[in-house]
Design a protein around this ligand. Sequence first.
Ligand code: ATP
Length: 360
Amino acid sequence: MTHLRLEQLRKHFGATVALDGIELEVQPGEFLVVVGPSGCGKSTLLRLIAGLESPTSGEIYFNGNPISNLPPQRRDVGMVFQNYALYPHMTVAENLAFPLRVRKVPTAEIHQRVRQIAALLGLEGLLERFPRELSGGQQQRVAVGRALVRSPRVFLFDEPLSNLDTRLRMEMRAELAALQRRVGITTLYVTHDHTEAMTMGDRIAVLEHGRLLQVGRPAELYSDPAELFVATFLGTLPINTIAGVLDAADGTLLFHTRDAALTLPLEPDILRKQPPSLPMNATLAIRPEHVLPSSEAQVQLTVERVEYLGHESIASGRIGGSVPLTMRLPPTAELTPGTTIGVRFDRTGMFLFDADGNRL
Ligand code: ATP
């Protein structure tokens, strides 16, 4: 199994800084998901590891050995792209065998490997079909199989599920993650889809503008985000963000909304570090499931919209007259637009960030 390490990896395209000093370690057999919005440098990262691009500076190590000078074919990585072009004139078996044929592997061994991979991926009944005779999910599995047939040292996935419909994507998410665990090959998987990241990764690395903001287990990133971007990027329902001013009076920490219509007292232990000076501009972020209806209300929410989703309802409205706020409710909650309810913020889902988006 391969330990992958990226050391101060940088890639510039002219004036564009695609990757800005990436430091990352992927443990042997680990499934690490790199997640970030379009253009943040995800594909560039994989292309550097595969050897399809050269870094501007920095180094990539496999088990402690630098690989930047190795050509792609000597790095032994298996890569699956978003557009996993299968060879249309070849059967599934021929597609799977192709990477072995070009490496002049003996025919008997090729047959054996293809049979093994087909069994692993549930493709046994499809070996004589052509790609056009397969569903999207089956084609996708063949593409994975083609990368896996050689047991590469590292697996690189570049948004391999984005062409599939929602249902198939969900199925393939689980299948791919289970398959990776079975074969135990160190894997770097990039996606812009936060759900994919949360459900598939042993750990997640959040990338923005070529910088790694935070690396950790999904639950860590969700419940303890280091930056505002991480807090807003993860979660099926966007986190509430309230712009305002952090201040203190008589030993109590206070958060005033920007128009000062609302003041919230905060527990001092919400701060992970001491603010440089007060008052200061800050953002208070609170997850919708941590806004709770309460008889000991901190704020009044005037409800404007209620969306019933079957397993839950989402209510959105305003606090302090102008600040938008969304909350998750049990589906049984009966709320009608126009009503005002008292809510409180649960400490565990509340975070403070400075004006640069760094956690306070
Ligand atoms: P997407 O999710 O849209 O595929 P990404 O996160 O994979 O995006 P990259 O494709 O890695 O992003 O691109 C990172 C940045 O580098 C972008 O600003 C992109 O325009 C730029 N870039 C990538 N490849 C090149 C290139 N060959 N020449 C010039 N600029 C490039």
